[in-house]
Design a protein. Sequence first.
Length: 320
Amino acid sequence: METKWLEDFISLVETNNFSRSAQLRHVTQPAFSRRIQSLENWLGTDLIDRTSYPTRLTPAGLVFYEQALEMLGQINGVRELLRNKRVAALTSIDLAVPHTLSLTFVPKWITALETDFAPINSRLMALNVHDAVLQLVEGGCDLLLCYHHPRQPVQLDPGRYDMLVLGREALRAYARCDKNRQPEFMLPGRKQSPLPFLSYTNNAYLGRMVDLIRSDTKHALHLEQHYETDMAEGLKMMALEGRGIAFLPESAVTREVKQKLLARADGGGTEWEIEMEIRLYRERPSAARPGKTIVGKLWEFLAERQKPAAARRRIPASER
């Protein structure tokens, strides 16, 4: 049994509505329903009375609700206890990062930090965007690294969380190169013969970015979905096999483009691309929650490096 099943069930009891709970849990309604069914299968009994509307619990569901609250409280309590006892963790930086950035941005970033800042002992958790944000909110990590776009923002209270912009990245269409080192598929495609499309799942952040590209374009894209996954790396591998067009972050295909294995499938223009920021977040230190010393020093280093050169330069007395 997964703890998120308990959280799903408790949410459903509190809202009495599958659609509302699915929204609150940031999943589609079919996925949410499957998770409730998985919990019922694990327990071996029905928790929801599906013969009535609005949603109502079965007698077993009423009993299990109280137990679910107690179990989840105990699990979270034990987790907090163990975290507080992790003395060695005080010198380690816990990073929550979406899968794509964990493979593309993080390795080079940490290598650069160890050259410019200091050797870093880090623990990386590669998750989807929603779960990565939850790790920060629930105190499960020190830093959150993620993509950001103003039309699909990560909504964290600026009064509680600090933020730095570490870079920017474009999401573009790519396809395998043919023998002449040209893309085998080229946007926008034709209505009579749509291009094979390698897409992200509905709950993937990059999938929402692709939706923005498609909704904003002046020239309709003619695509026919052939494959989907929530990971950019999976789409890249399918594109390398010549299975279709995939929208991929630029950093994810740098090597393949240089080796002429993949090429831009958009003609080199900007109509079918979108730019995202790469952001770093932390919970702002307070008297009650000061945070780790190493995290504070790293944040100060990164914040100082982002200041304009003139602001960093100490003005000699003779120039004042």
